[in-house]
Design a protein around this ligand. Structure first.
Ligand SMILES: [Zn+2]
Length: 133
């Protein structure tokens, strides 16, 4: 189980900029990198089109999502998680997020109006420590 996620300052800034640019809708994307034991190391945050484009949920464009997986794999990396934004609420999984997390077991990074937090699903929502590096 992943207990911490390391992410670069520039990727945090990119996600923050995506949050602002897509207001009042949610923005989303994938986190590409490697997993080492219980640590997910993000090397790149890559925005993906939110095909739902609502204020309360998101859905990664399937084709872009697939391409990101493919690209990551080609360079020996993986999609270690996904991110999305909560432009007007806190960085806590919504009911919809919880239901979706159960079927998408990777790190969920949420950038909310009150900062950034990460979670994994392990018989329930568990917090993952976010370390800026
Ligand atoms: Zn959400």
């Amino acid at each position: 189980m992943i207990t911490e996620i390391r992410i670069l300052r520039c990727d945090i800034e990119l996600i923050q900029a995506e949050l602002e640019a897509n207001k009042p809708y949610e923005a989303c994307g994938v986190l590409i990198g490697t997993v080492n034991g219980s640590t997910a190391l993000v090397e790149k945050a890559q925005p993906v089109t939110n095909v739902k484009r609502t204020r309360r949920s998101f859905e990664l464009d399937p084709k872009e999502h697939y391409n990101a997986w493919n690209e990551a794999e080609k360079s020996g990396k993986e999609v270690v998680g996904i991110y999305h934004t909560h432009p007007v609420s806190s960085a806590v999984p919504s009911l919809w997020d919880r239901e979706t997390m159960e079927n998408a077991p990777s790190v969920w990074l949420i950038a909310g109006a009150d900062g950034m937090r990460a979670y994994v699903w392990e018989n329930g929502v568990r917090a993952v420590k976010v370390i800026e590096c």
